[in-house]
Design a protein around this ligand. Structure first.
Ligand code: ZN
Length: 272
């Protein structure tokens, strides 16, 4: 275990049942990124979860004979199945065109509406600041747009009364979110042990047959790759499998930021 990540391992457990909203640009993003954590929060903490799939998934095939409408329908059902396999039965599809997503006010309003309606303690979204991932690839612009609209829906839109007065007219009162978890991040603050739910995560992922195939194609392709990625994450904190997040906590005392930053710098200095 490297020193730098020693203190980041545990995500504090909540005692009271609570609600989580997870947003993502595409069908299968949640299964790749955070479904192991979602399964733990549901099974071990009694959390309830809403998934928000922002695009229609219609760009998920390069096959010339795959009709867009046919693909959209297929992926809708795959996503419902994937969600159910970890215990999520509230899945919202916003239907924005796949591949051309922008962080518009209309999108931010749509996400704000769901936050005000379902009143989550925690929102999980994609880190909008990730443009390039190491030296490996360019992050999909849909992921960044989804993350930006979601983060700004959490703050300031969900909690600020004068923003989107049309939502007040629809009956949606302001709601303050407690925590924001960013996945697909280059600046993780937490590695979450998912060893107890890695099998559920893979079962959920396997529902996306149109994207990752089935049988040997799945076992030796997406599953093998993702198991290794989560194993690599786990090895940083001394557990078998982990997912990582940048975590923002809005309900803690302001002083803790300085304390946290001081401790982080001390850990980095000690690790050198
Ligand atoms: Zn994606």
């Amino acid at each position: 275990m490297t020193k730098q990540f020693e203190a980041l391992q545990a995500i504090p457990r909540r005692e009271e049942p609570y609600h989580i909203v997870v947003t993502a640009a595409h069908h299968d993003d949640i299964e790749f990124g955070v479904a192991g954590s979602v399964a733990r929060w549901i099974r071990e903490e009694g959390a309830t979860v809403t998934y928000v799939i922002i695009t229609d998934g219609g760009a998920g095939s390069n096959e010339p004979d795959m009709a867009r409408k046919q693909l959209v329908d297929l992926r809708y059902h795959e996503q419902l199945e994937a969600a159910a396999r970890v215990g999520v039965y509230d899945v919202r599809f916003l239907g924005y065109p796949d591949g051309c997503l922008e962080a518009t006010l209309a999108l931010r309003r749509d996400i704000t509406r769901i936050i005000r309606e379902t009143k989550p303690y925690r929102v999980v979204c994609q880190d909008p600041s990730t443009i390039f991932v190491h030296r490996a690839y360019v992050n999909h612009p849909d992921h960044r747009a989804a993350g930006e609209a979601s983060a700004y829906a959490v703050f300031p839109s969900a909690e600020t009364r004068p923003i989107f007065p049309e939502l007040l007219a629809e009956g949606y009162e302001p709601h303050k979110v407690g925590e924001l978890y960013l996945n697909l991040t280059q600046e993780p603050t937490h590695y979450h042990d998912i060893s107890s739910t890695i099998d559920l995560k893979m079962a959920a992922l396997s529902a996306h047959v149109s994207q990752i195939g089935e049988g040997d194609d799945f076992e030796n392709g997406a599953k093998k790759w993702l198991m290794q990625a989560n194993r690599d994450g786990g090895s940083l904190v001394g557990v078998e499998y982990a997912e990582h997040f940048r975590v923002l906590k809005f309900d803690e005392e302001r002083e803790s930021w300085f304390q946290e930053e001081t401790e982080r710098r001390e850990r980095e200095a000690a690790a050198k």
